[in-house]
Design a binder for this molecule. Structure first.
Ligand code: SAM
Ligand code: SF4
Ligand code: SF4
Length: 354
């Protein structure tokens, strides 16, 4: 395939790839499916969606080739996500293929945990390094109200299975919504301590899919710290900020937890991550309205050099800082309405991968 005329065809090895704001290309979130077995009302509130056509989903071989192009340009962290990644058939085979790439230093998975207990050992055996499990509540009736499904017990089994399968450094991610689960912060930290997983609280974000979002429902980082200080006495910053989205804090007994304050305190300045959808569209920001069609290039016969040239060219031009721009919006409301989401499923959080 011929490269676009304006795109350089050579990337010299040692030439560190940085975008317009000097941010490196380090982390890739790989959505392996847009389907999900939950209906979290902050992400996928509808029962039915316009699903990606199956023939357009990247095969494992195609994903592996694309990941090789990304790692040759500096990506070291790859996270499998979705939708619910464990719905993708034979995920351990993909993990095995990606784990064979020596440039992938951190191979992680984000899952809602429902199917994790039955796949934990196979995933660990295939070479998965780490897992993040999403858990918003310890109460089954709340879980049902939040997700539309009665599978809370399976999620807890999944979390327990992570330790049994030998995973360490597991994380639990909790989206905190005012009036829904903001009274469970301390209980979730206690639970995380019991299963040896670090809990991270995420501010409710106005991403695509969050059609019921409003600023009033955002339980802010400041409020979380205040709430926890009331229960535990003092909460101290644990370490310097890195490019990781979570700020970490320690309780008096040394228990560490994180807060991802994307809504009130965005961290775009250090954002080194981009996202690949299950059908091969590459998004430079969670809030980006359009992506780069890498599947088309791949299926038109692009060589590895052509893929890396394209990726490198696009990354060098990146100036995205979606959350910062959203935070600067006065009268902030729903980001993308349901009609627009229906017309373009790629705008959905469950399609581009959280
Ligand atoms: N299904 C998997 C899961 O839930 O872990 C992986 C995909 S999900 C889109 C990834 C993460 O995005 C989850 O931790 C979820 O809580 C988070 N998420 C989805 N919608 C969000 C929103 N509106 N605000 C903040 N986080 C959100
Ligand atoms: Fe919930 Fe994850 Fe499914 Fe979204 S993709 S509905 S956050 S389980
Ligand atoms: Fe990165 Fe975009 Fe999120 Fe900012 S909003 S941290 S640029 S993905």
């Amino acid at each position: 395939m011929l490269p676009d005329p304006q795109i350089p065809t050579e990337v010299s090895p040692g030439d560190a790839l940085a975008d317009q704001l000097g941010r490196p290309l380090r982390s890739l979130r790989l959505s392996v499916t847009d389907r999900c077995n939950l209906r979290c009302n902050y992400c996928m509130p509808e029962e039915n969606y316009v699903w990606l056509p199956r023939e357009e989903l990247l095969t494992f071989e195609e994903i592996t080739r694309l990941v090789e192009a990304f790692t040759s340009l500096g990506v070291t962290d790859v996270r499998l996500t979705g939708g619910e990644p464990l719905l993708r058939r034979d995920l351990p085979s993909l993990v095995r293929m990606l784990a064979a790439n020596p440039l992938v230093r951190d191979l992680a998975l984000t899952t809602n945990g429902v199917l994790f207990a039955e796949q934990a050992e196979a995933l660990r055996g295939a070479g998965l390094h780490r897992v993040t499990l999403s858990l918003d509540t310890l109460r089954p009736e709340r879980f049902l109200a939040l997700t539309g499904r009665d599978t809370h017990a399976q999620v807890l089994e999944g979390i327990a299975a992570a330790g049994r399968a030998g995973f360490t450094k597991s994380k639990i991610d909790t989206v905190v919504i005012r009036g829904v689960n903001d009274d469970e912060l301390g209980d979730l930290i206690e639970y995380g301590r019991g299963v040896q997983a670090e809990v991270r609280f995420i501010e409710y974000m106005d991403v695509g899919g969050a059609t019921g979002w409003s600023m009033e429902k955002v339980f802010t980082r400041a409020e979380m710290l205040e709430r926890l200080a009331k229960r535990y006495g003092s909460v101290a910053p644990f370490e310097q900020r890195t490019s990781a989205p979570a700020e970490r804090f320690a309780l008096p007994d040394g228990t560490v937890f994180g807060i991802i304050a994307s809504t009130t305190t965005p961290f775009c300045k250090s954002c080194d991550r981009s996202r690949l959808t299950a059908d091969g569209l590459w998004y430079l920001c969670l809030y980006a309205q359009s992506g780069v069609d890498l599947r088309r290039m791949l299926r038109a016969g692009a060589s590895a050099d052509e893929l890396t040239a394209r990726i490198s060219f696009v990354w060098r031009g990146r100036a995205d800082r979606g959350a910062e721009l959203r935070a600067a919006t006065g009268q902030r409301g729903v980001f993308i309405g349901i009609d627009q989401l229906r017309q373009d499923p790629h705008l959905e959080m469950h399609t581009r991968g959280g």
